[in-house]
Design a protein around this ligand. Structure first.
Ligand code: CMP
Length: 831
């Protein structure tokens, strides 16, 4: 029995080492995992008697620790994976879902297969075992590459792609690992079809279970009354519960379950968990994952020397083959699978240099070690398998850490990724100049306010101004910036300012979290696109921000397919808010062009930027109006809420000043603050209502105004409400007629070959094809958000038979339209 105090002592010492290694790694510019592994290996070597000396005491201590692969897998793996899930930006991953999923799953399969078949002829073990080893080393640790990418300012989307890919890659590799291990242990003949089915079940089943688990947590959170400690405890519990439930109860992949549970909480939690609490959760999980990751590394690498003790030359050759096969597979995925994806516009094209960097940066980490240990300690496997998997996987981890890890930065330098392109340098200089000018202005302001000496001001401002002058001179030397680049830089500054404004709104809680998230994403897209594509990029991103995105399309699909309107209504409510805030932001930015852009970029660029903003404002305002016209009540409710919130912010500010000036006591201040808080919390956000009550919509139709109660009741049963968005094609020319539509609100356009006719509330369309039993004569497209009443073909006949007045009117209108079209055709023929 181990002394508890000793174990704790060992863990505490490890924490000291782990803490000390961080600054050391930063100074040496090495991935910290490299140092952690080196430390672990040294301890392990000492404890297995490979060396004698000062480490012996420590080695003895750590050598006795009760660590096995089980401990590592059950204690640390759920934490690591859950953190990866909860900190991921799920919406962004969904935007790139196709390439990420494809890359993750296909890359895992390709790597596993490549390694398996490369080693099979040489290894002297069955193919499944070779494949098992392949799945063990198919997990990659993206931390090192991502850290370097961040440093050199790689495009954010590329970094996200690598991050998202690694996230799912690990899940896929572990699911595959479990399937292969199951095959070997059960002694079944390996069978691709069975394997594929098991893999799919483990993966998809785990994902489904994860969604359920994540949602359960969010339901539970609603009961906790915003207690952040309780919420945090539940998330830690969720990590373990979902892992164990997946593995033991439902026999799906526990890792996938945890990962998806984390992602679900990340996607839906921001809107349900209070912002402060959410930040707290983020910090807590960062800390937990840091400990878990570092401990796994050290603990697993302590075991490495023991594994490597009985490595012979044959193993060395096999390791070399393994490393080569893994690298080849990675290069194949990057160079053969990515191009078609970017060809179909599923992902941003990735430059050659970045691909090479990603290939070289495929470090193997804690996960590979943990899986290798799991194999080596599995009693149902024979010793040859133990030896094969453990030794080769460990060899590979060490190689990637010691060779790739230490050379990654030089390689990046060699590839030229850490040098700014001349254009980027100019861009950076301009942004800095802008920032420095602001700093100078602020300094002067402060000096004036406190009557500080001119000399102090000159001393402080001098270096900044010198820098600005030097940058200007550099500019002139480089032949000056063309107007286009200047404008691009100005727009980038605007996009950055927009982001800052959004963050300010967030800090002041002016907008709900979901809205802020969308606004931030839009601002990020503007920054990215302005950087990559200048003015055109900026305008493209601005347009994209107004379009209906994936979430909306999905909600609309659910509405049309399954008749569930709630999701769509929530999306529309969110859109409403986002548009209103975007309009506010742009208005503020227009002021910014005068104040800030003008002095730095000159009148011409400032004016151009202003024009672009004004155009953007116009488009945004039009989108707001389109919604407001159909839903004036909701618009009014949102505006009231906005004003109320700024009023209560002001009220709070007033109390705070009173308190800070010592005019009211803390108790009174706390009480006042609580009452404002409560009032704020009690205020429900207005929930968007599509307004699709059949009875209410019928009331808007003049055609049916004359019906009595019983007739109305019958008609109500025949009509079905339908909602459309602007530009949606409702009917297509040449289609078979299935229904007639009455417009309760909104407007549509009938697109006839030679002309366009606008129809509005109270009108109907789609009757001609039904009456004449011919195909549709024209396209009908929604001009606005519309609420329509749909009358199916069979019901149409019933309706016509039962309502003679309406029938006469419909026939009359149809006749007139036929006549009009005939005349139109005739004039067209004459012309
Ligand atoms: P249908 O032919 O079923 O589908 C296209 C619809 O466009 C048609 O029915 C009418 O409802 C409408 N439509 C066709 N021509 C005109 C017109 N000249 N004015 C208004 N609506 C029209």
């Amino acid at each position: 029995m181990l002394d508890v105090a000793l174990v704790l002592f060992a863990v505490a010492v490890l924490l000291v080492v782990i803490g000390a290694i961080q600054p050391l790694a930063a100074r040496l510019r090495l991935p910290s995992t490299v140092l952690l592994a080196a430390f672990g290996v040294a301890i392990g070597a000492a404890s297995s008697g490979l060396s004698h000396g000062t480490l012996d005491g420590a080695a003895h201590l750590f050598g006795e620790l009760p660590i096995s692969s089980e401990t590592i897998i059950y204690v640390f793996l759920p934490l690591l994976v859950f953190e990866a899930g909860i900190t991921s930006d799920v919406r962004r991953i969904l935007e790139d879902a196709a390439p990420i999923l494809l890359l993750a799953i296909v890359a895992t399969l390709v790597t596993t297969a490549a390694i398996g078949f490369a080693l099979w002829p040489l290894g002297g073990v069955p193919l499944v075992v070779c494949l098992l080893l392949g799945s063990v080393v198919a997990t990659t640790d993206p931390a090192a590459v991502i850290a370097v990418f961040r440093d050199v300012g790689a495009p954010a989307r590329l970094t996200r792609l690598v991050e998202g890919e690694a996230l799912l890659n690990d899940a896929a590799a572990i699911a595959l690992f479990v399937v292969l291990l199951g095959m070997i242990v059960s002694g079944r003949e390996p069978n691709v079809a069975v394997g594929a089915r098991e893999f799919a079940i483990a993966f998809i089943g785990g994902a489904a279970l994860g969604v359920v688990a994540g949602r359960l947590l969010l339901y539970a959170v609603a009961w906790l009354g915003g207690d952040r400690l309780a919420e945090a405890s539940l998330t830690v519990a969720l990590a373990y519960l979902s892992f164990i439930a997946g593995e033991r109860l439902f026999h799906v992949s526990g890792v996938v379950t945890v990962l998806v549970a984390g992602m679900t909480v990340s996607a839906l939690g921001r809107a349900r968990i209070a912002p402060y609490n959410w930040e707290f959760l983020g910090d807590l999980w960062e800390q937990i994952a840091f400990w878990a990751r570092s401990l796994v590394f050290v603990l697993a690498s302590i075991l490495v020397p023991r594994l490597l003790l009985n490595m012979d030359w044959h193993d060395v050759v096999l390791t070399a083959v393994l490393i080569a096969a893994a690298l080849a597979a990675r290069i194949f995925v990057l160079f053969a699978l990515l191009p078609p994806l970017s060809y179909f516009n599923l992902t941003q094209p990735i430059g050659m240099a970045y691909k090479l960097a990603i290939a070289w940066g495929g470090l193997r980490g804690a996960l590979t070690l943990a899986l290798a240990l799991a194999v080596s300690e599995n009693r149902s496997l024979d010793p040859a398998t133990h030896h094969f998997v453990a030794v080769l996987a460990t060899g590979m981890v060490l190689f990637t850490l010691l060779v790739n890890g230490t050379t990654l930065r030089p390689v990046i330098h060699l590839l030229g990724l850490d040098r700014l392109s001349p254009r980027d340098r100019v861009l950076r200089d301009q942004v800095l100049a802008l920032a420095y000018e602001e700093v100078c202005e602020a300094v002067r302001e402060t000096a004036k306010q406190y009557s500080l000496s001119h000399r102090a001001v000159a001393d402080t401002v001098g270096p900044y101004e010198a820098w600005i002058r030097a940058a200007g001179a550099r500019d002139d030397a480089e032949g000056g910036l063309t107007g286009r680049v200047r404008l691009a830089v100005a727009l980038l500054a605007l996009a950055n300012q927009e982001r800052a404004l959004v963050l300010e709104a967030w800090a002041q809680r002016t907008a709900p979290a979901g809205t802020i998230q969308v606004l931030l994403r839009n601002a990020d897209a503007l920054i990215e696109s302005a950087r990559a594509g200048g003015r055109l990029g900026y305008q493209r991103a601005a347009k994209a921000a107004l379009s209906f995105r994936f979430g909306f399309r999905f909600a609309y699909f659910v509405y049309r397919r399954f008749g569930m309107a709630r999701l769509l209504a929530d999306r529309l409510g969110e859109r409403f808010e986002v548009l209103l805030f975007t309009r506010l932001l742009i208005t503020e930015l227009i002021g910014f062009t005068g104040r800030r852009l003008h002095p730095t970029f000159g009148p011409q660029v400032a004016e151009l930027a202003r024009k672009i903003l004004v155009a953007r404002l116009g488009e945004t305002a039009a989108a707001v109006e389109a919604l407001r016209n159909q839903y004036p009540d909701h618009a009014a409710a949102l505006e009231t809420q906005f004003l109320r919130q700024s009023a209560s912010r002001r009220e709070m500010g007033r109390y705070q000043t009173l308190f800070e000036e010592g005019l009211i006591a803390r108790e009174i201040y706390d009480d006042l603050r609580r009452s404002v808080d409560e009032a704020r919390r009690a205020e429900a956000r207005p929930r968007f209502d599509l307004g699709l009550e059949t009875a209410e919509l019928i009331g808007r139709l003049d055609l049916l105004a004359g019906l009595d109660e019983t007739q109305l009741a019958r008609v109500q049963r025949l009509l079905r409400p339908r909602f459309t968005v602007p530009d949606e094609v409702i009917l297509r020319q040449g289609e078979r007629a299935e229904a007639v539509y009455f417009i309760a609100s909104g407007a549509v356009e009938v697109r006839l070959p030679g002309q366009r006719v606008r129809l509005e509330g109270g009108d109907f369309f789609g009757e001609m094809a039904l009456l004449t039993r011919q195909p549709r004569r024209a396209d009908v497209v929604a001009l606005t958000y519309c609420r329509l009443l749909e009358l199916g073909r069979a019901d149409f006949e019933k309706f016509m038979a039962e309502n003679p007045d309406a029938r006469a009117e419909i026939n009359r209108v149809a006749q007139a339209r036929l006549e009009m079209n005939r005349r139109g055709l005739a004039t067209a023929a004459e012309a």
